[in-house]
Write a protein that binds this ligand. Structure first.
Ligand code: SAM
Length: 222
Protein backbone atom coordinates (compact mmCIF):
# COMPACT_ATOMS: atom_id res chain seq x y z
CA UNK A 1 0.00 0.00 0.00
CA UNK A 2 1.59 3.31 -1.03
CA UNK A 3 1.19 6.59 0.82
CA UNK A 4 -1.63 7.93 -1.36
CA UNK A 5 -3.62 4.72 -0.86
CA UNK A 6 -2.99 4.91 2.87
CA UNK A 7 -4.23 8.52 3.01
CA UNK A 8 -7.37 7.60 1.05
CA UNK A 9 -7.99 4.76 3.47
CA UNK A 10 -7.67 7.11 6.45
CA UNK A 11 -10.16 9.53 4.91
CA UNK A 12 -12.64 6.79 3.98
CA UNK A 13 -12.44 5.00 7.34
CA UNK A 14 -12.83 8.19 9.37
CA UNK A 15 -15.67 9.38 7.14
CA UNK A 16 -17.43 6.06 7.78
CA UNK A 17 -16.84 6.35 11.54
CA UNK A 18 -18.17 9.91 11.49
CA UNK A 19 -21.33 8.81 9.65
CA UNK A 20 -21.88 5.91 12.05
CA UNK A 21 -21.28 7.73 15.37
CA UNK A 22 -18.81 10.61 15.19
CA UNK A 23 -18.87 11.55 18.85
CA UNK A 24 -18.22 7.98 19.97
CA UNK A 25 -15.27 7.43 17.63
CA UNK A 26 -13.84 10.79 18.64
CA UNK A 27 -14.11 10.01 22.35
CA UNK A 28 -14.79 6.34 23.01
CA UNK A 29 -15.48 6.84 26.74
CA UNK A 30 -19.22 6.84 25.89
CA UNK A 31 -21.38 5.41 23.10
CA UNK A 32 -24.05 8.08 23.28
CA UNK A 33 -23.01 11.63 23.94
CA UNK A 34 -25.33 14.59 24.17
CA UNK A 35 -23.89 17.74 22.58
CA UNK A 36 -23.50 19.25 26.07
CA UNK A 37 -21.56 16.26 27.42
CA UNK A 38 -19.42 16.01 24.32
CA UNK A 39 -18.30 19.64 24.32
CA UNK A 40 -17.91 19.59 28.12
CA UNK A 41 -15.43 16.72 27.64
CA UNK A 42 -13.44 19.02 25.32
CA UNK A 43 -13.41 21.70 28.01
CA UNK A 44 -12.14 19.02 30.40
CA UNK A 45 -9.29 18.11 28.02
CA UNK A 46 -8.33 21.78 27.84
CA UNK A 47 -8.52 22.09 31.65
CA UNK A 48 -6.25 19.10 32.09
CA UNK A 49 -3.71 19.61 29.31
CA UNK A 50 -3.71 23.36 28.68
CA UNK A 51 -4.93 25.35 31.68
CA UNK A 52 -2.45 23.47 33.88
CA UNK A 53 0.38 24.39 31.52
CA UNK A 54 -0.14 28.06 30.63
CA UNK A 55 3.44 29.11 31.38
CA UNK A 56 4.83 26.84 28.65
CA UNK A 57 1.93 27.50 26.29
CA UNK A 58 1.46 31.26 26.54
CA UNK A 59 5.00 32.32 27.50
CA UNK A 60 3.66 35.61 28.92
CA UNK A 61 1.22 36.30 26.06
CA UNK A 62 -2.45 37.06 26.63
CA UNK A 63 -4.31 33.94 25.36
CA UNK A 64 -6.83 36.18 23.62
CA UNK A 65 -3.97 37.57 21.50
CA UNK A 66 -2.79 34.08 20.50
CA UNK A 67 -3.43 32.13 17.29
CA UNK A 68 -3.36 28.37 17.86
CA UNK A 69 -3.56 25.32 15.62
CA UNK A 70 -4.87 21.81 16.16
CA UNK A 71 -4.25 18.65 14.14
CA UNK A 72 -7.08 16.10 13.90
CA UNK A 73 -9.96 18.16 15.30
CA UNK A 74 -12.68 15.55 14.61
CA UNK A 75 -16.11 16.99 15.43
CA UNK A 76 -14.58 20.04 17.09
CA UNK A 77 -14.73 18.75 20.67
CA UNK A 78 -11.44 20.35 21.73
CA UNK A 79 -11.49 23.05 19.03
CA UNK A 80 -14.51 24.68 20.65
CA UNK A 81 -12.73 24.84 24.01
CA UNK A 82 -9.61 26.21 22.30
CA UNK A 83 -11.73 28.91 20.64
CA UNK A 84 -13.22 29.81 24.03
CA UNK A 85 -9.76 30.33 25.49
CA UNK A 86 -7.61 31.70 22.66
CA UNK A 87 -8.00 34.54 20.17
CA UNK A 88 -8.09 32.36 17.02
CA UNK A 89 -8.17 28.58 16.57
CA UNK A 90 -7.27 26.89 13.27
CA UNK A 91 -7.77 23.15 12.89
CA UNK A 92 -7.50 20.41 10.27
CA UNK A 93 -8.88 16.91 9.90
CA UNK A 94 -8.56 14.33 7.12
CA UNK A 95 -12.28 13.52 7.26
CA UNK A 96 -14.75 15.79 5.46
CA UNK A 97 -17.59 14.21 7.46
CA UNK A 98 -15.88 15.11 10.74
CA UNK A 99 -15.21 18.63 9.48
CA UNK A 100 -18.89 19.05 8.51
CA UNK A 101 -19.87 18.11 12.08
CA UNK A 102 -17.20 20.40 13.53
CA UNK A 103 -18.54 23.29 11.43
CA UNK A 104 -22.01 22.73 12.87
CA UNK A 105 -20.69 22.61 16.42
CA UNK A 106 -18.62 25.76 15.88
CA UNK A 107 -21.38 27.89 14.30
CA UNK A 108 -21.29 30.30 17.23
CA UNK A 109 -17.49 30.50 17.27
CA UNK A 110 -16.43 32.77 14.40
CA UNK A 111 -12.84 32.66 15.71
CA UNK A 112 -12.63 28.89 14.97
CA UNK A 113 -11.57 27.90 11.44
CA UNK A 114 -11.68 24.23 10.44
CA UNK A 115 -10.38 22.69 7.23
CA UNK A 116 -10.40 19.26 5.65
CA UNK A 117 -6.79 18.52 4.76
CA UNK A 118 -4.99 15.85 2.76
CA UNK A 119 -4.12 13.77 5.84
CA UNK A 120 -0.42 14.55 5.86
CA UNK A 121 0.45 18.24 5.80
CA UNK A 122 -0.79 21.72 6.72
CA UNK A 123 -0.62 23.34 3.29
CA UNK A 124 -4.37 24.13 3.58
CA UNK A 125 -3.71 26.52 6.50
CA UNK A 126 -2.81 30.17 5.99
CA UNK A 127 0.84 30.82 6.87
CA UNK A 128 0.06 33.40 9.56
CA UNK A 129 2.52 32.42 12.31
CA UNK A 130 1.01 30.40 15.16
CA UNK A 131 1.71 30.75 18.88
CA UNK A 132 0.84 27.21 20.00
CA UNK A 133 -0.03 23.85 18.42
CA UNK A 134 -1.91 20.95 19.97
CA UNK A 135 -2.99 17.43 19.07
CA UNK A 136 -4.51 14.68 21.20
CA UNK A 137 -5.77 11.15 20.39
CA UNK A 138 -4.90 11.59 16.70
CA UNK A 139 -1.35 10.35 16.07
CA UNK A 140 -2.18 7.23 18.10
CA UNK A 141 -4.44 6.32 15.15
CA UNK A 142 -1.99 7.10 12.30
CA UNK A 143 -0.17 3.93 11.21
CA UNK A 144 2.54 5.78 9.24
CA UNK A 145 5.57 7.35 10.89
CA UNK A 146 6.20 9.19 7.62
CA UNK A 147 2.84 10.95 7.98
CA UNK A 148 3.35 11.77 11.65
CA UNK A 149 6.81 13.20 10.99
CA UNK A 150 5.51 15.23 8.06
CA UNK A 151 3.01 16.83 10.45
CA UNK A 152 5.73 17.58 13.00
CA UNK A 153 7.83 19.26 10.27
CA UNK A 154 4.78 21.20 9.11
CA UNK A 155 4.07 22.47 12.62
CA UNK A 156 7.71 23.53 12.82
CA UNK A 157 7.26 25.50 9.58
CA UNK A 158 4.19 27.36 10.92
CA UNK A 159 5.01 27.99 14.59
CA UNK A 160 6.75 31.13 15.79
CA UNK A 161 10.30 30.52 17.12
CA UNK A 162 10.17 29.41 20.75
CA UNK A 163 6.51 28.36 20.56
CA UNK A 164 5.30 25.00 21.83
CA UNK A 165 3.82 22.01 20.02
CA UNK A 166 2.23 19.87 22.73
CA UNK A 167 0.94 16.55 21.43
CA UNK A 168 0.27 12.95 22.27
CA UNK A 169 1.56 9.85 20.52
CA UNK A 170 1.22 6.15 21.22
CA UNK A 171 4.03 5.27 23.63
CA UNK A 172 3.20 1.60 24.11
CA UNK A 173 5.57 -0.15 21.72
CA UNK A 174 4.14 -3.68 22.09
CA UNK A 175 1.49 -3.39 19.33
CA UNK A 176 2.23 -4.12 15.68
CA UNK A 177 0.92 -1.60 13.18
CA UNK A 178 -0.60 -2.55 9.88
CA UNK A 179 -0.54 0.07 7.10
CA UNK A 180 -4.12 -0.90 6.31
CA UNK A 181 -5.43 -0.35 9.84
CA UNK A 182 -6.37 3.26 10.57
CA UNK A 183 -7.22 2.66 14.22
CA UNK A 184 -3.88 1.44 15.65
CA UNK A 185 -1.18 4.06 15.13
CA UNK A 186 2.61 3.90 15.08
CA UNK A 187 4.31 4.00 18.47
CA UNK A 188 7.35 5.92 19.67
CA UNK A 189 10.00 5.15 22.28
CA UNK A 190 11.44 8.07 24.20
CA UNK A 191 14.59 7.93 22.06
CA UNK A 192 12.61 7.89 18.81
CA UNK A 193 10.58 10.90 19.96
CA UNK A 194 13.73 12.86 20.80
CA UNK A 195 15.30 12.01 17.44
CA UNK A 196 12.16 13.10 15.58
CA UNK A 197 12.19 16.44 17.42
CA UNK A 198 15.80 17.11 16.40
CA UNK A 199 15.14 16.20 12.76
CA UNK A 200 12.15 18.57 12.67
CA UNK A 201 13.68 21.67 14.29
CA UNK A 202 12.34 21.25 17.84
CA UNK A 203 13.83 20.96 21.30
CA UNK A 204 12.05 17.97 22.97
CA UNK A 205 12.14 19.70 26.35
CA UNK A 206 9.67 17.57 28.29
CA UNK A 207 8.19 14.12 27.75
CA UNK A 208 5.71 12.30 29.92
CA UNK A 209 4.28 8.77 29.69
CA UNK A 210 6.96 6.96 27.66
CA UNK A 211 5.89 3.32 27.30
CA UNK A 212 2.20 4.21 27.75
CA UNK A 213 -0.68 4.98 25.39
CA UNK A 214 -0.70 8.61 26.40
CA UNK A 215 2.88 9.64 25.68
CA UNK A 216 2.89 13.45 25.80
CA UNK A 217 5.58 15.49 24.10
CA UNK A 218 6.50 19.14 24.61
CA UNK A 219 8.42 20.20 21.49
CA UNK A 220 9.65 23.81 21.48
CA UNK A 221 10.41 25.33 18.09
CA UNK A 222 14.09 26.27 17.90
C1 SAM B 1 -10.21 9.99 18.05
S1 SAM B 1 -10.53 11.35 17.02
C2 SAM B 1 -10.00 12.72 18.06
C3 SAM B 1 -10.51 14.06 17.63
C4 SAM B 1 -10.06 15.25 18.49
N1 SAM B 1 -8.62 15.33 18.55
C5 SAM B 1 -10.60 15.16 19.88
O1 SAM B 1 -9.84 14.88 20.81
O2 SAM B 1 -11.80 15.38 20.06
C6 SAM B 1 -9.21 11.24 15.81
C7 SAM B 1 -9.37 12.22 14.67
O3 SAM B 1 -8.16 12.22 13.91
C8 SAM B 1 -8.49 12.35 12.56
N2 SAM B 1 -7.38 11.82 11.76
C9 SAM B 1 -7.00 10.52 11.61
N3 SAM B 1 -5.96 10.45 10.77
C10 SAM B 1 -5.67 11.71 10.38
C11 SAM B 1 -4.71 12.28 9.50
N4 SAM B 1 -3.83 11.52 8.85
N5 SAM B 1 -4.71 13.62 9.35
C12 SAM B 1 -5.62 14.41 9.99
N6 SAM B 1 -6.57 13.92 10.80
C13 SAM B 1 -6.58 12.60 11.02
C14 SAM B 1 -9.77 11.56 12.41
O4 SAM B 1 -10.50 11.92 11.24
C15 SAM B 1 -10.49 11.90 13.71
O5 SAM B 1 -11.34 12.99 13.54
Amino acid sequence: MDLEQQLSKMREDWDARARENAKHYVQTAQTDWSDEEFYASGEQTVSEEILTDMTNICQGKDPKQMRVLEIGCGAGRVTRALANLFGEAYAVDVSGEMIAQAQKGLRKHPNAHVFQNNGKDLSILPDLGYDFAFSTIVFQHIPSKEVIETYVKEVSRLLRPGALFKFQVQGYTGCDTNPDDTWVGASYSDEEAKEMAERCGFEPRYRHGAGEQYFWLWFFKR
